[in-house]
Ligand binder design. Structure first.
Ligand code: HEC
Length: 254
């Protein structure tokens, strides 16, 4: 009887471990990075945002859409109106129909949203071996500890262990749940040239694109923090005033 009980407890303890291993295993715990934007006073670093946008545009945008963003949103990154017009003008978008009922291409305007790399999800998945590259507009919000996670993902590719069975187009990443990901390592040292002297390394690219993606998912963060701070300052001052008023009112009562 006792023996059976021990067996049962042992099975309960080790079975989940075994199952986890069979499915590729638990992802490694995330390493917390020091982000410019975290904490009560954190703000976005404009230079990092601009570099991050460059990484998105030159690397990620060939597979991932960011449908929630319009070119005019890029004013937050410190670009002026003319710069944004120039950026938008490099893209062409489909518009229409015209008087003849035809769709036509025209240069993008600041009010247009970022054009998607594929016509639809089916085409996107087909071009990527059946795996759909998710829209990145809200990816930081959609993942637990999104900023640290996406940074980890972009820098966490490793040689697969010998007993792993990867199919064509699958890669081993220590931070992907289950370890197997259908995105080839998108970043490598020296791939994108920065103009501001920042290091051309995978880590720097990853940090910058995460800063950009975090802003994209939470563009009003700075205003929110400022408003919160003002409200707290008001409440502190108000508390002192009310205390003085209370002392004044009760000063005759002994
Ligand atoms: C060649 C196409 C391609 C490029 C370039 C690319 N990705 Fe991906 N990405 C994919 C595909 C395909 C998936 C889906 C992977 C899966 O589901 O296994 C994916 C998934 C992701 C995910 C979601 C992972 C998860 O938790 O589900 C993130 C985040 C991501 N990519 C970020 C990026 C960033 C940032 C860049 C640019 C630095 C980038 N990708 C460049 C194809 C690409």
């Amino acid at each position: 009887m006792m023996f059976r009980l021990i067996l049962f407890v042992a099975a309960l303890t080790f079975l989940p471990l075994h199952m986890a291993r069979a499915s590729g295993g638990e992802a490694e715990p995330l390493v917390h990075q020091h982000w410019h934007f975290s904490g009560a006073f954190g703000t976005y670093d404009r230079a990092a945002l601009q570099r991050g946008y460059k990484i998105y545009r030159e690397v990620c945008a060939s597979c991932h859409s960011m449908k929630q963003l319009s070119f005019r949103n890029l004013t937050d990154l410190g670009y002026n109106e003319n710069q944004i017009k120039a950026i938008a003008g490099e893209y062409s978008v489909e518009d229409g129909p015209n008087e003849e009922g035809e769709m036509f291409e025209r240069p993008a305007r600041p009010s247009d949203s970022f054009p998607a790399p594929f016509a639809n999800d089916k085409a996107a998945a087909y071009a990527n071996g059946g795996a759909l590259p998710p829209d990145l507009s809200l990816i930081i919000k959609a993942r637990h500890h999104g900023s640290d996670y996406v940074y980890g993902l972009l820098t966490g590719y490793e040689e697969a262990p010998h007993d792993a069975h990867l199919l064509d187009g699958q890669y081993w990443n220590k931070y992907m749940p289950g370890h197997v990901i259908a995105m080839a390592p998108p970043l490598s040292d020296g791939q994108v040239a920065y103009e501001d002297g920042s290091p051309d390394t995978t880590q720097q690219y990853a940090a910058d694109v995460v800063e950009f993606l975090t802003w994209a998912g939470d563009p009003h963060m700075e205003t929110r923090k400022r408003t919160g701070l003002k409200a707290i300052m008001f409440l502190v001052v108000f508390a002192f005033v009310m205390y003085a008023v209370k002392r004044q009112i009760w000063s005759d009562v002994h």
